[in-house]
Design a protein around this ligand. Structure first.
Ligand SMILES: *Cc1c(COP(=O)(O)O)cnc(C)c1O
Length: 246
């Protein structure tokens, strides 16, 4: 049995230490608990421990869990059979690869899509968000490592994509997201995280980002979130360190 509450507390402590080390306020770093391949009951344990932000990679799996978790919550996560009310406020981020012909659920069931990396995909999300009468917060995924097999727009093409996205009224581009190349040593990720932060500063200077508050920088996973926070991450996506190995 994984003690989800203890793991969550430990991850938050480590985030706080890394933030202070970098002279930042720990409260400026948000934690996305990545719950892919984690069953709804264990997600509810994380909710009971105070976690409200979750990330999912696969649409069908996520939709089943979103409704299940929301049902369980509505039925009383406290175990008293009473409804717990709207204050629960569980938010889901989509963090997986999306095909542009399968974007409806992503645009309607999620609080944010972190993996927009091409205009065709953005246009489809924009259309579904508009139909649903909402403005969908999104991040642009950047392939900072330049890996051929990895999703994400090339750093050199990111500005052009941001300019195009600004024309889509039902999307609100809040920042950048990245997944650096797999590495043994978290220090190997540091230059990639630094690069994403530099890009976001550059884009903010061109008014391509930052018009809705400080740009969101989603970077860092179980193996390297402390390095990411030291390099400016304000959103970290952590799965294994919370829920155990998948
Ligand atoms: C799985 C995943 C994570 C979390 O990875 P862990 O190593 O389990 O913390 C973060 N971001 C994305 C995009 C993922 O797919």
């Amino acid at each position: 049995m994984t003690d989800i509450a203890a793991n969550l507390a430990a991850v938050k402590d480590r985030i706080a230490v890394a933030a202070r080390k970098a002279g930042r306020d720990p409260a400026t770093v948000r934690l996305v608990a990545v719950s892919k391949r984690v069953e709804a009951e264990r997600i509810v344990q994380a909710v009971a421990a105070g976690q409200r932000l979750f990330g999912e990679n696969y649409l069908q799996e996520a939709q089943a869990k979103i409704s299940r978790v929301n049902d369980l919550l509505a039925c009383g996560a406290a175990g008293d059979g009473m409804e717990t009310g709207a204050g629960d406020g569980v938010c889901w981020h989509f963090i997986g690869h999306l095909q542009s012909n399968k974007t409806k659920a992503a645009a309607t069931d999620f609080a944010m899509v972190e993996t927009v990396d091409r205009f065709k995909l953005a246009k489809a999300l924009n259309r579904h968000a508009a139909t649903a009468g909402r403005v969908l917060p999104v991040l642009v995924q950047v392939n900072v490592g330049g890996e051929a097999q990895k999703a994400g727009v090339a750093p050199e093409q990111a500005a052009e994509l941001l300019r195009a996205l600004a024309e889509l009224p039902a999307l609100r581009v809040l920042g950048l997201m990245t997944m650096p190349p797999m590495a043994e040593d978290p220090e190997e990720s540091r230059p990639h995280f630094a690069r994403l932060r530099q890009l976001s500063e550059e884009f903010a200077g061109q008014d391509l980002l930052g018009t809705h508050g400080p740009p969101v920088l989603s970077m860092g996973m179980s193996a390297d979130f402390e390095v990411a926070v030291e390099e400016g991450a304000n959103l970290v996506r952590v799965g294994t360190a919370i829920f155990g190995p998948r």
